[in-house]
Write a protein that binds this ligand. Sequence first.
Ligand SMILES: [Fe+2]
Length: 259
Amino acid sequence: MCPSHGFEYDGTGRVRVIPANGRVSPVPQNFQVKAYHVAEAADFIWLWYGDDEPRYQPKFFEDIDNSFEYSEFWESWNVHYSRAIENQLDPMHLPFVHYNTIGRGNRTVVDEPIVKWVDDTMFYFYVFNRVDDGTPAKRADQIQGDARTQVYLEFKFPNITDNMRVTAAFAPVDEENTVLYIRYYVRLTKIRLLDKLIAIAGIPFNKVVLHQDRAVVLTQVPKKSELKMNENLIPGDSPILEYRKKRAILKGESGGSNG
Ligand SMILES: [Fe+2]
């Protein structure tokens, strides 16, 4: 229903009721908007804004279920979604942008992150940030040990456990704007209300961290990233490169173009 004039639509985009004309009045054929495929999952509404049938079903993190409580907030950034996403895939900015929060400890050397594709559309990357001990950053194939013991993605919070998760959703608005939607999932006590309160109490800290990112990402040019663009990358950028490659494939291109 339109919040402005109360027009009521059906799933095909046809207007069914125009309150100002009286609920019984027939609605002319031309009162029709474009309809998009939507689905509801994990407390999100997922919208497929392509013209064709959805090629992917909504997919959320399998290990976040109803045993968690969550808090949430969102804000609009004047950035293309690609830059907002790549910022979260970048382990190198932690000791600089987040020097006093999640990047404490001056771990400036970034051994090449190990990227593990879970399936066609999802990957984890494992971060090996360390204090500079005079040795150069290692490549991924030189790293010993089990990568799974390491932190991954943006889960760099101190004391992070399986029972606390921070998720970020990036909703493209247009070529220059993105809505960032943060959820903080908590499953720490047996009391759901208490978990909820802990989750809510975590919002200010998550906001501080996110605003450290925002200050940097808003300044990035060009606004949109591409697989083939004039940027020099280093091994620490490997998760970003993986993202750009996959995005180019999903868009059905070999690099560069709209979207
Ligand atoms: Fe960050």
